[in-house]
Design a protein around this ligand. Structure first.
Ligand code: HEM
Length: 582
């Protein structure tokens, strides 16, 4: 007899009842339970199959990718693999550039090395290929920016994915290169005075430590740029500087762990320093706002409350922009469009960290070069005084015309880059270069900066020598990098130009594809123009007042090697700032 269905019976049960589930007889509720169980089992099985198929497909994709990597990697020249682990055992951090130098000599301008069965590294040394590769490869290695993330939390600068950093890069570039550089004084008198005060304080004992003074200069320039003039009088600036340098010392060590070492006490101490830095950053940001409000209440005739609110929303209130205001624009940019995951002030701390370390390295190198090349220092001084003679402007405003000084900044940057390698990777697509070279997706691409920047074929036979004149060309001649020329005559003419006119042209260093201290291409350093101009401005003021001298006992100082980078070679040599009689 056919059972009758109650109102609660589902149509699904009815469907199966009519024979679909193998002829269920008896209690309809029991039957529907069986049917549902049966259905659940089938669904679970289907899910397991789907899961299995997905995993297999993913694994297959990986295997195919790996096979493609092997196949395409095989075509790139390079030394044969010594073992299953590739060349990784032959390469250490210390000898990497030397090793790459040897393999490039033997196998050409693009060579491959296996760092394991699944990791291919391609090193490129030819400037034209490098330029093209750096324009095409937008991403950096996964894990790039880990040190920043660990210390300062999530931020949208210094990450590996171009998509993540693109927007912030663009806006920061506009703020730094267009708006800041348009100012009359990139580095204000207050900042220079703050630095010279420190120099006087340290010179009481007869000399200053080159490393400490460079760090302080970089810190003061960056701090004043990001936080405004309030930074120069901020009572906690010294603590901030010390904290930043302590964090910088340990950052790459803690970032080198694949798994964050929560179990280590030292790590928590490090995190404690980072938290202190965060709260100090928030403090100076607030300080800047307070200063503005004080000014606002004193000068309320010119600025009304509505204007202040307006300033917080949009950039710029003309009547209020006389005091400190322009400096806050960059801060606003770095704090703006925060996404939920972004740490407040994370970008600001990241910029302070990267900017201070790299700028300190550059300043340190310039100080050392000037101290060890007194004849060039004298010529720069002559250049400064000659340009100042015919001008009513302050020395800081005439830096654009000081070609030898700017060339000295370029040359110092060339000789001591921020790191031994530039790195890129293209995770999804092969990188096809015009020369016919195809770098398979997933390979790590590196540029051994020190090798390229000291290569005779790009820089002439004196590539490893300090020679700022290589960035100068005689006016009227076609602008190109001067190679293999005697520069002594050039120097004489440079400091004795026709009144008001220089007979030399300063070459754009980026014209030479082998100039890479700030990287190049789509992920190049956003701060390049600002740093070059800012550091040159600072040195124009300093050299006008002081002569920089190396103490006799420091003469035999260490020389940069191919593996040197600013981080390893911040020189702690004692130097003297001797006041000029003028
Ligand atoms: C002497 C000083 C500096 C040097 C030598 C330097 C060098 C570099 C280098 C080599 C890179 C990587 C470029 C690449 O991979 O192609 C870089 C990235 C960057 N730099 Fe600098 N830098 C300096 C100062 C600054 C300053 C002062 C700022 C900002 C105020 C800055 C902002 C950045 C940013 C935002 C990036 C990341 C770009 C990205 O990942 O897309 N740098 N810098």
């Amino acid at each position: 007899m056919k059972p009758s269905f109650g109102a609660s019976d589902s149509s699904l049960t009815a469907l199966f009842w009519s024979g679909g589930s193998g002829g269920c007889v008896g209690d309809p509720q029991e039957c529907s339970r069986i049917v549902l169980r049966d259905l659940a089992t089938r669904e679970f099985n289907a899910f397991l199959w789907l899961f299995l198929i997905t995993i297999t497909a993913l694994l297959m994709r990986k295997v195919v990718k790996l096979l493609r990597l092997w196949f395409k990697g095989h075509r790139i020249p390079g030394p044969p693999c010594p073992s299953f682990f590739g060349h990784s055992k032959l390469i250490s951090r210390e000898n990497l550039t030397d090793y790459l130098s040897d393999v490039h000599e033997k196998y050409g301008s693009a060579v491959k090395l296996w760092l394991g069965p699944t990791q291919l590294l391609v090193s490129i040394k030819d400037p034209k290929l490098i330029r093209e590769m750096l324009l095409k490869a937008a991403d950096k290695l996964p894990g790039t920016g880990r040190a920043f993330h660990l210390a300062f939390g999530s931020s949208s600068l210094f990450a590996s994915s171009f998509q993540k950093v693109q927007r912030r890069r663009e806006t920061l570039k506009i703020e730094l290169n267009d708006r800041l550089l348009e100012r009359e004084n990139l580095i204000s008198r207050t900042v220079v005075d703050c630095i010279t005060e420190r120099i006087h304080g340290s010179m009481v004992k007869g000399s200053v430590d080159c490393r400490t003074v460079s760090q302080h200069m970089a810190f003061t320039i960056l701090g004043a740029t990001l936080f405004g003039e309030a930074f120069s009088t901020w009572s906690k600036a010294n603590v901030y500087e010390e904290l930043l340098m302590r964090i910088a010392k340990d950052a790459s060590f803690w970032a080198s762990y694949n798994v964050t070492p929560f179990w280590k006490r030292g790590f928590w101490k490090y995190q404690c320093l980072c938290t202190k830095l965060k709260s100090l950053t928030q403090d100076i940001v607030q300080q800047g706002k307070k200063n503005y409000k004080i000014f606002h209440s004193v000068d309320s005739k010119f600025c009304n409350e509505a204007a202040f609110v307006e300033k917080e929303v949009a950039y710029g209130v003309p009547s209020c922009s006389v005091i400190g205001m322009p400096d806050e624009f960059i801060l606003e940019e770095l704090k703006s469009h925060l996404n939920v995951r972004e740490e407040p002030c994370g970008n600001i701390m990241g910029i302070m960290f990267h900017g201070c370390l790299t700028t300190a390295g550059l300043i340190n190198n310039i100080l050392m070069r000037l101290a060890t090349n007194p004849e060039i220092q004298n010529k720069i001084y002559t250049e400064i005084t000659m340009i100042q003679k015919g001008s009513v402007k302050q020395v800081e405003q005439n830096v654009d015309k000081m070609f030898l000084l700017l060339a000295t900044v370029y040359e110092s940057a060339r000789l001591l880059p921020a790191g031994p390698l530039l790195q890129r990777c293209s995770l999804e697509n092969d990188l096809k270069l015009e020369s016919g070279l195809t770098i398979p997706a997933g390979a790590v691409v590196v540029v051994p900066v020190q090798l390229v920047q000291m290569d005779d074929s790009s820089w002439g036979s004196d590539a490893s020598e300090f020679n700022p004149y290589r960035f100068l060309t005689k006016a009227g001649k076609k602008s190109h990098m001067v190679l293999n020329t005697s520069y002594s005559g050039l120097a004489e003419e440079l400091v004795n130009p026709c009144p008001g006119e220089s007979s030399f042209v300063l070459n754009d260093p980026n014209e030479n594809a082998a100039f890479l201290p700030f990287g190049s291409g789509i992920r190049s350093c956003v701060g390049q123009k600002f740093v070059i101009q800012g550091v040159a401005t600072l040195f124009a003021s300093l050299l006008e007042r002081y002569e920089i001298k190396l103490l006799p006992e420091a003469q035999n100082n260490q020389k940069p090697t191919k593996n040197s980078s600013v981080f390893q070679l911040l020189s702690g040599v004692e130097i003297a700032f001797v006041r000029r009689n003028c």
